[in-house]
Design a protein around this ligand. Structure first.
Ligand code: CP3
Length: 360
């Protein structure tokens, strides 16, 4: 049985000064830290300018470009953390699949994995040799980021990555993924085993390269019932999360549509649990208990609302968090493509100037 380090101070025992890391450890902070999932991307003119000359895959394959794109939202928004510019689907390429980001269609994977034979052909990722360009971007970023802005590494959780590998792209009902689980459990477990082993190797390599926290994105896990999560997914997420937690860096475990899954996700691991906007923040936190930090949970669509409405939504999230140590302000899911940048910046300012006395 593995012993987990307490989600407390890092092994060195030195308290971090960066607010984001302090909040991950549930230490008191001057103001609530804020960053946004998908904070780099097409809603930013600076990103579109680079994207006009390079594909997404070119950007991530060139460490200097990936580092530059990672820094864009740090400069433009004043957020408290940077998230490495990469994509959760990058590891499927060294696993042996062909990945394409088709214009307007999102990711496409050719020859989806729908049999035991196809799952057995997959190769376990060796991050140092297969994804060395991502690790190089991390090393550049650690030199270039300001001291108060830690770098978050990430990877896709086994279920979410496997679902793209089985569906071949985005899905509404996850029919092929659940079909494989229910009709060919041997193939499913073979697939999840190689995806989880790859994710573990990749996250540990990111931490060795300098990532100061990591996030596991299980974006589509809310498609599962709690019983299916426990039977088909939890052991694999647990393997990745526990390996990352054993390093002592904060580990954020994120999913959407997770209201009924939170206890099982927490049991899988994570020192910070991401909440989406469907779950009132204090209810989610109560369900999880005081031993974890929480991240979230503004509805990304509120960023399109008029200023007064947006302000009220931000105030609502902060009020529900109630100034308790261990809240990291974020959206409940990633920033959407046409989001007005000035509204994102306004949210950062609101969070940083929030005065709890105003509400009570
Ligand atoms: O958050 C960040 O700023 C870091 C970069 C990042 C990207 N993808 C870059 C990207 C991160 C953390 C991701 C994670 C990711 N990728 C997830 C989990 C988070 C989530 O939103 O649920 C998922 C499911 C993917 C898979 C993926 N990649 C999709 C569904 C798409 C298409 C969506 C779209 O907006 O077109 C991508 C492409 C992608 N990954 C883009 C970016 C900036 C847009 C690509 C472009 O520039 O054309």
């Amino acid at each position: 049985m593995n012993h987990l380090p307490a989600a407390g101070l890092p092994p060195t025992g030195v308290e971090p000064t960066a607010r984001f890391l302090r909040a991950c450890l549930r230490l008191p902070v001057d103001v609530t830290p804020v960053w946004f999932m998908r904070q780099a991307g097409r809603y930013m003119p600076e990103y579109r300018a680079i994207r006009a000359h390079h594909t997404l895959l070119e950007i991530v394959q060139r460490p200097e470009l990936a580092a530059e794109v990672t820094l864009q939202p740090v400069r433009a928004l004043g957020v408290d953390a940077a998230i490495l510019f990469a994509d959760i689907l990058l590891p499927v390429v060294p696993m042996g699949l062909q990945l394409e980001f088709a214009q307007g269609e999102g990711p496409l994977i050719h020859e989806p994995v729908r049999s035991l034979a196809a799952a057995q052909r997959l190769r376990r990722v060796d991050a140092e040799s297969d994804l060395g360009h991502v690790l190089k971007a991390i090393r550049i970023l650690r030199r270039e980021l300001p001291a108060g802005v830690p770098l978050i590494g990430f990877c896709g959780a086994p279920f979410t990555v496997a679902s793209y590998m089985v569906e071949g792209g985005a899905s509404r009902d996850f029919r092929n993924t659940k079909g494989l689980m229910y009709t060919d459990p041997g193939a499913w477990h073979t697939l999840m085993d190689v995806v989880a082993a790859s994710a573990e190797d990749y996250l540990l390599a990111q931490i060795r390269a300098g990532a100061q926290a990591v996030q596991l994105f299980d974006s589509w896990v809310g498609q599962l019932s709690p019983a299916d999560y426990v039977a088909y997914v939890q052991p694999y997420s647990q393997r990745v999360l526990r390996a990352a937690m054993a390093t002592g860096v904060p580990v954020i475990h994120f999913g959407t549509g997770t209201a009924t899954l939170l206890p099982a996700m927490q049991a899988a691991g994570g020192s910070v649990i991401g909440l989406d906007w469907r779950m009132p923040l204090e209810q989610g936190w109560q369900l999880l208990g005081d031993e974890v930090a929480v991240q979230g949970n503004l509805d990304p669509v509120s960023l399109f609302a008029p200023p007064a409405v947006l302000q009220a939504r931000v105030a609502d999230v902060l009020t529900r968090a109630g100034g308790r140590p261990g809240h990291i302000f974020n959206l409940g899911h990633g920033i959407l493509t046409h989001t007005p940048v000035e509204n994102v910046r306004a949210v950062v300012d609101m969070v940083h100037t929030w005065n709890p006395a105003r509400t009570s």
